[in-house]
Design a protein around this ligand. Structure first.
Ligand SMILES: O=C(O)[C@H](O)[C@@H](O)[C@H](O)[C@H](O)COP(=O)(O)O
Length: 261
């Protein structure tokens, strides 16, 4: 496994959130310098809530400002459901974060799936891939899109995005976005960024909290065993940072780093 993956452990979400904020803003500022916008992909699960806690806090200085109008938000994975469905990752992000942005704040650009394509998961993935192509570059000129940051969760089985352990999708090397119709975590029909896209991101941050994660964290950091989260660690190394609470890494021997940018 990539030895230099950064593991940052905090006493709880209240201490994790300010560090995550500082990290995301540093990625944002690097993206703004690179190309004038910040291209970020987000997962569902518990991530949007923690992200909101980090990002909705008041800025303490200009350097600590979230430049929402420069954000282009994509979904690292999304469920094949209408955008207002309780299972929608967009609906979750909207409820947790987007709806809470002050009305006078210039709003981010949010790239949702096309709700007209829900009947055909392959088509849903292809159309979302075209959204990436339009934003990142044509597929003829770049092999893979380069996100400034992907903010991911880690499932209790070691899945991330909708890349599940042992699933054939882990071997996908050509598509940027792929359909899955048999997700072991409901709902079964989804689309997901593929592993090469995830590992090509400038930075990847995982957020994993709670004692329910400690067994899988041990497996990811000590054994790997081809688990999707471990594959991301291997493919990204020092470009990958884990923001966890102590409960999630109890008994994990991998060395923690004090958080710094
Ligand atoms: O759409 C999804 O199901 C998520 O994107 C999924 O990949 C999630 O990030 C993990 O399952 C972790 O979820 P928790 O943070 O809730 O444990």
């Amino acid at each position: 496994m990539g030895k230099q993956v950064n593991l940052y452990a905090f006493s709880g979400v209240d201490t994790l959130a300010p560090a995550l904020r500082a990290y995301v803003i540093a990625c944002q500022n690097a993206g703004l310098q690179r190309h004038g916008v910040f291209k970020v992909g987000v997962s569902g699960g518990s991530l949007p809530k923690t992200l909101a806690q980090a990002l909705l806090a008041r800025s303490s200085s200009d350097a600590d400002t979230v430049r929402w109008d420069k954000w282009e938000i994509f979904f690292a994975d999304e469920r094949a459901v209408p955008l207002d469905h309780p299972d929608s990752n967009y609906a979750l992000l909207k409820a947790e974060l987007l709806d809470k942005l002050p009305a006078d704040t210039p709003q981010p650009t949010v790239h949702t799936i096309d709700p007209e394509q829900l009947g055909d998961t392959q088509e849903l993935a292809d159309v979302y891939e075209q959204v990436l192509v339009r934003s990142f570059a044509s597929r003829d000129s770049v092999k893979l899109p380069i996100f400034d940051l992907l903010l991911l969760g880690c499932g209790p089985d070691g899945h991330t995005c909708s890349l599940f352990p042992g699933h054939e999708l882990l071997r996908e090397t050509s598509a940027w976005v792929a359909p899955i119709e048999d997700s072991p975590k409901p709902p079964p029909k989804r689309i997901t960024l593929t592993l090469p896209v995830v590992t090509h991101s400038v930075r990847v941050a995982f957020v994993a909290t709670g004692g329910g994660k400690k067994e899988i964290m041990k497996e990811i950091f000590e054994e790997g065993k081809g688990l999707p989260c471990a594959l991301v660690n291997e493919g990204t190394g020092e470009r990958c940072s884990w923001f966890v609470d102590n409960a999630a890494v109890e008994g994990v021997s991998y060395p923690r780093r004090p958080f710094s940018l």
